[in-house]
Design a protein around this ligand. Structure first.
Ligand code: ADP
Ligand code: MG
Length: 451
């Protein structure tokens, strides 16, 4: 049974994941109602428990024909300690030197995104210096560039670089304490500590870092108490030769209401800025991303995406992912012609038939077209209806009263209200923005085929 399970899991998981977490596990006991899986170390146990237990249990159920309770244990180790050699290898660019000592259990590999490693970072003229400085800091923390202050606009790779430093340190020295924290989390931890009267442990925690990575420091603006506490944390680490890396969307002297003393601390190491990537770099990023996603992209498609997304690499990647997703759903070939309507932001709105909009909304929200035309005030129906009105306005040339008619004869003020409400939510609620974008893509897609 276990070998069958392994075989299936192997198909579902990437190779490093499978080799590191699954292949190393063995069956300890198999009974009619439960399966005990034995892992080589507590890390593997936690990892399986956290991320793969559902998958394992599904596969087992598929094979056995009934659900089994899945338990995960850790193998008893003989003298000599735990073998951690495989632990970090899955996320790292190069082969890992086998750590001598067991990995410090306080290190949370999950704090860092496993994709944010140096080998996945494309170096261009826009980020060359930031990249070189990050690498230098990763190689010898607490030396020349302390703090390293990375600054640049949204989606240009600051978080990626700073986390790459963390991964690299853990590779070289698995027991080092790498703390990655957003400024928001630092602030929240501080507030909690004040409330629970546990300032002492708060300070102890942050001051124990070997490398402290603080993201989005611009959010510290105007927060007097956080600034003060961060100042002391910073000083303690700096004085003891520990590395601090800070990321911000602007240089220290442009962060409003930042205490002078912090501003000067932030500027005493190296300020490395990241600019928007040029076309060539954007294409290289897409190329690399496509390789990781295992998709083959024609050069003109890469170029088309790169030309249209210039200022934010997250959006650039998002465009690629959306294209790949739509091509695989639709079965259409990956051509410029096919991806263009999905991607271009404004001209993307393709004229749709009102009924197509209704149908897509009904499918997406799992309600019927009658529901949309009816008067039910059930929350999910009325939200679907409002989103439908909004999208119908966007994707057709119908007036508000005409849209009201399409929705079973609603008053035009109802339509107007819905339109404004959804417009506003779209601005303020990222989930809503995403939903709207996805639905809008779907409408474009279906209309384009039929027109
Ligand atoms: P920031 O923190 O500056 O807003 P991120 O580090 O979150 O930006 O980067 C946004 C996305 O773009 C991430 O998925 C990241 O991996 C990717 N990215 C940014 N710069 C590069 C680069 N030079 N090479 C490859 N991927 C990049
Ligand atoms: Mg970031």
């Amino acid at each position: 049974l276990w070998s069958q399970v392994l075989e299936r899991l192997q198909q579902q998981l990437s190779r490093p994941t499978f080799e590191t977490w699954i292949k190393t596990a063995t069956v300890e006991e198999l009974a009619s109602d439960r399966l005990i899986i034995c892992t080589p170390n507590p890390f593997a146990k936690n990892w399986l428990q956290k991320y793969y237990i559902k998958m394992i249990s599904d596969v087992v159920q598929e094979i056995v024909g009934q659900p089994l309770e899945i338990l995960i244990t850790v193998a008893k180790v003989e003298e000599g300690g735990i073998d951690n050699s495989a632990i970090f290898s899955w996320s790292l660019p190069q082969p890992v030197p086998t750590p001598e000592k067991p990995v410090n259990p306080t290190v949370q590999p999950t704090q860092l995104n496993h994709k944010y490693i140096f080998s996945r970072f494309v170096v261009g003229s826009n980020n060359r210096m930031a990249h070189a400085a990050s690498l230098a800091v990763a190689e010898s923390p607490g030396r020349e560039f302390n703090p390293l202050f990375l600054c640049g606009g949204v989606g240009l790779g600051k978080t990626h670089l700073m986390q790459a430093i963390g991964h690299y340190r853990l590779e070289i020295c698995p027991e080092s304490k790498i703390f990655y924290v957003s400024t928001e989390k630092f602030t929240n931890d501080l507030i909690t500590a004040i409330r629970k009267d546990s300032m002492h442990s708060f300070r102890e925690h942050y001051r124990a870092a070997d490398v402290l990575l603080v993201d989005d420091i611009q959010f510290i603006e105007g927060k007097e108490y956080t600034q003060e506490e961060f100042f002391y944390t910073f000083n303690t680490l700096h004085e003891t030769g520990k590395q601090v890396v800070i990321a911000s969307d602007r240089p220290p002297n442009q962060i409003p209401r930042l205490q002078e003393r912090l501003c000067s601390r932030f500027s005493m190491g190296l300020i490395a800025d990241i600019q928007a990537p040029d076309l060539e770099t954007r294409m290289a990023i897409l190329q690399k991303k496509a390789e990781y996603e295992n998709v083959d992209l024609p050069r003109n498609v890469i170029e088309y995406i790169a030309v249209n997304y210039t200022s934010n690499i997250r959006e650039l990647e998002g465009a690629l992912i959306r294209s790949v997703a739509y091509m695989s759903i639709s079965g259409l070939p990956m051509t410029v012609e096919n991806i263009a309507p999905i991607l271009s932001p404004q001209s993307a709105i393709v004229e749709a038939k009102p009924i197509a909009v209704l149908q897509i909304i009904a499918d997406a929200f799992n309600v019927s077209i009658e529901d949309l035309k009816g008067n039910s005030r059930r929350r999910e129906i009325s939200l679907a209806r409002q989103i439908g009105m909004y999208l119908m306005r966007q994707h057709t040339d119908l007036s508000f009263p005409r849209i009201g008619e399409e929705f079973g004869g609603k008053d035009h003020t109802t339509v107007l209200y819905s339109y404004e409400k959804i417009s506003q939510l779209r601005q303020t609620d990222p989930e809503m923005a995403k939903t709207i974008r996805q639905l809008s893509d779907r409408i474009n897609f279906s209309s384009r085929d039929k027109n």
